[in-house]
Design a protein around this ligand. Sequence first.
Ligand code: UDP
Length: 414
Amino acid sequence: MPESLMQVPHSLGLHSLNDYEPLIGRETIDRIVKKAAILSGAHVVHISSTFYGGGVTEILTPLTLLMNTVGIETGWRMIQGTPEFFQCTKKIHNGLQGEALVLSPEDKACYEQVAYENAIRLHLEDCDAVIVHDPQPLPIIRRFRGRAAPWIWQCHVDLSRPHPPVWDYVRGFVADYDAAIFSLPEYRQNLPIDQHFMTPAIDPFSAKNCELSDDVIAQSLALHRIPTDLPIVTQISRFDRWKDPLGVIESVRRARQHVDCTLVLLGNAALDDPESNIILETIQSSVDERIIVLAVEDPQLVNALQRRASVVLQKSLREGFGLTVTEAMWKGAAVIGGNVGGIRHQIADGENGFLVNSVEEAADRTVALLNNPQLGKSLGVQARETVRQRYLLTHLLEQWIDLLTNVLARSERN
Ligand code: UDP
């Protein structure tokens, strides 16, 4: 690896692999550096649909920087879309997560047209590999048929039960790729291409995950007028029906019949998610003085809430992976997650958090944790260790290096 890239100046707020030594040890860092040397100078481009909001952005922001620090020339391009385009892609997203909906010929025409227009602007001739994220930019591959470099599609959604007509349509594009990556082995599909599995990860040094003093936490909560006189229960998620915000409100209402608390629902809207405003309006109609709904973009508030809350809920009904769970576990929080998708891979029920299948179970576990803070603390210790071992950014970087080495070697052989 070029020495200049290893020694990234901290004044720029960038972190190098060496900064991870206290967390993962020298041996692991040396192993990653050695593997990365094989890819030195390779030019890789990630393509997604937004630089703002949602898990994909959260992963690509630090990952693309860290890939560069180990000598892999990594770019990140974004596609543009009209509101109609993002309506279509949200429909596709919902269909892939299992909603029985119909994609009209007009939806498909709009989706493909906008994707192809984007393809014209993407000059990718000098890339060694292209990685396309999620359904939004998926069809652009059709405009790169004569490509030499391998193209990989990475799907971040919960594909456990896709609605068959929607998957069949999407599958037609996926089959043109050289490989597909899903978050979990159970999302494997019937495809004529290689399938890989890769769990996301968090950047422990980002504003969202770094250590915070009690003073900074208190200031951050005060800034948003969050009362701290009662224990805090929180869910931090895009305003999306799959995150079940109404189920969270109902669970906490039930819990409050036994032990009082303040619920904070913090959410943002990904720019490519047109449904969030409708969901937000629905939730806002259920607020009272102990149910606080905040729609703000503030990574430090996410951090502060995950650290200060007595219970962090992520009561999703579908969840490709669930980075908010990882983030809260890293902070040693007592996490209650929906027993779905990637959450069930992160939480071992009763060991490092709780998994729940219903509003009633979520309410019961919330009461148990509010009544017994020591229980939350001991789950939190295990939770942090789970993340240290499996879900830090260095782990994801190593998975990418292994995969790219494998895919590039294969494409050279062909
Ligand atoms: N997030 C945020 N502010 C919010 C809500 C969510 O910064 O108000 C972040 C959250 O911390 C996480 C990401 O958005 O990093 C969501 O990723 P996740 O995998 O949990 O869900 P997705 O939105 O991709 O379905």
